[in-house]
Design a protein around this ligand. Structure first.
Ligand code: ATP
Ligand code: MG
Length: 427
């Protein structure tokens, strides 16, 4: 066994994938599953159904890659040519396989429809290829071994490809890879990339078996850690855990997950554990916060609902924001955010009420109240909190950052009330 990782390439086949109407999601699925095993993809291409293009694409892949995955073009129609192209590139024959034909015939019998003569084509396999059963369609997948190289042909429809990959491809790759890998993601909120970097600058690993990558998206920083071992999985896990622990100690105030969850899941779980409920009043986020909270299955157990109170009138009439406050401080102000939070909390009879008001832009900013200015308030039995932020970015980014900040304010409140409870119990 060599410890060098294989060069991996994916070829997504289909002329429709070269139009703006269809997306190649199969390669993302395959990449994700390979990454889970600690394997990275080096090359990826999308090629139309034309025989010559397809063959030259496969030939290029054979020159540079150890493992090649193709998706699509295994069907019965004239434009399904992946089998032919791979066979031609390898200089192998296509062999008729009666067992496959019987399988396809019995599938059609079961459905009570006559088999089209074009399906016969699917019973041809590349010489010496192994067949990967397709439980959800007629096209079998193929696993071709050419010396040290592997070419794996998978069907196009995701509902056929994904179960086939899980049943016949993943387990095999898992045993064939020559090393072990462990992976961990630390997710943070309420800080920026450069602040995180300065906190952990001396912890970047020098050990070649370890890798640390920092990724940022609006309102969130992630540190992805991977460790590799040539010996066993435990060694990789221990390496990654040791590094993660050191990082966690530095990043504690910002860290919300080490298990891959989203912020809304973490906050939701905490509300559920405390038997607490939440309602939200959103202006500039336009429902994004409510949407994120309700993306979590089971959120109805703690989320009572929300309103998008865009107009002053709705803020006044529904949320009971005093009109005088809007006149005196403006709709984008700490006072109004607090009244919105209190208003929705009362209206919904919730333990926690969040209120958001701000200027998402691109228009509407002034020197005193620039685009990106957002007030976020939280009302609860623990009192009231309001934070002022000026977020950078475009409309989408500002909305995302504001929803993130709102969840973070709630997260901090929930964890400080847990600490208070613990102290009370101790004392
Ligand atoms: P079939 O037997 O259905 O013809 P096939 O293996 O020949 O299967 P294609 O004809 O290439 O596959 O694609 C069938 C359908 O599968 C496409 O219309 C598309 O909806 C979906 N599909 C194909 N390739 C991809 C891809 N890379 N990502 C996501 N979906 C895909
Ligand atoms: Mg097809």
């Amino acid at each position: 066994m060599t410890s060098a990782p294989p060069t991996i390439e994916i070829i997504a086949v289909g002329t429709e994938l070269l139009t703006p109407h269809y997306q190649d999601t199969n390669s993302l699925f395959i990449t994700q599953r390979l990454n889970d095993l600690g394997l990275s993809v080096r090359f990826k291409s999308i090629v139309g159904d034309g025989a010559e293009d397809l063959e030259s694409c496969v030939q290029t892949a054979l020159k540079r890659s150890d493992w090649i995955f193709t998706t699509g073009g295994l069907g019965p129609t004239e434009d399904d040519r992946t089998r032919e192209a791979v066979a031609a590139a390898l200089g192998r024959e296509l062999i008729f396989c009666p067992d496959i034909l019987h399988g396809i015939e019995s599938l059609f019998n079961k459905m009570g429809v006559p088999m089209s003569s074009s399906n016969r084509k699917q019973a041809y396999i590349i010489q010496d290829a192994e067949i990967l059963a397709n439980k959800n369609g007629t096209a079998p997948g193929l696993w071709v071994t050419e010396k040290e190289q592997r070419i794996i042909l998978l069907p196009g429809p995701p509902r056929e490809l994904e179960p086939m990959f899980a049943a016949s491809v993943w387990p095999r790759i898992q045993t064939e890879r020559s090393f072990y890998q462990a992976h961990k993601v630390l997710k943070m909120v309420g800080t920026g990339e450069s602040s995180v970097e300065s906190l952990i600058s001396d912890l970047h690993p020098h050990d070649p078996r370890l890798n640390l990558t920092m990724l940022s998206s609006p309102g969130q920083i992630e540190i992805h850690l991977t460790a590799r071992s040539d010996h066993n999985e435990n060694e990789a896990k221990e390496l990654v855990e040791e590094l993660a622990e050191n990082l966690q100690m530095r990043l504690q105030p910002y860290l919300f997950s080490t298990a891959g969850e989203e912020l809304e899941e973490v906050v939701g779980r905490s509300l559920l554990q405390k038997h607490m409920s939440l309602a939200v009043a959103e202006s500039c986020t336009g429902g994004l916060l409510g949407h994120r909270i309700t993306q979590v299955p089971g959120s109805s157990r703690y989320f009572l609902g929300g309103v998008q109170a865009y107009s002053n009138q709705l803020k006044i009439e529904l949320l009971r924001v005093p009109e005088q406050q809007i006149i005196q401080y403006g709709a984008v102000s700490a006072e109004v955010a607090q009244s919105m939070a209190a208003g929705i909390r009362n209206l919904a009879h919730a333990n926690y009420g969040l209120g958001i008001t701000g200027i998402a832009g691109p228009d509407g900013g002034t020197p005193e109240k620039p685009v990106g200015l957002v007030y976020i308030a939280l009302e609860s039995d623990h009192g009231s909190v309001c934070e002022r932020s000026v977020f950078p970015g475009n409309r989408d980014g500002i909305k995302r950052r504001a929803s993130q900040k709102a969840l973070d304010i709630l997260r901090k409140q929930l964890s400080s009330s847990s600490r208070e409870d613990a102290e009370r119990l101790d004392g």
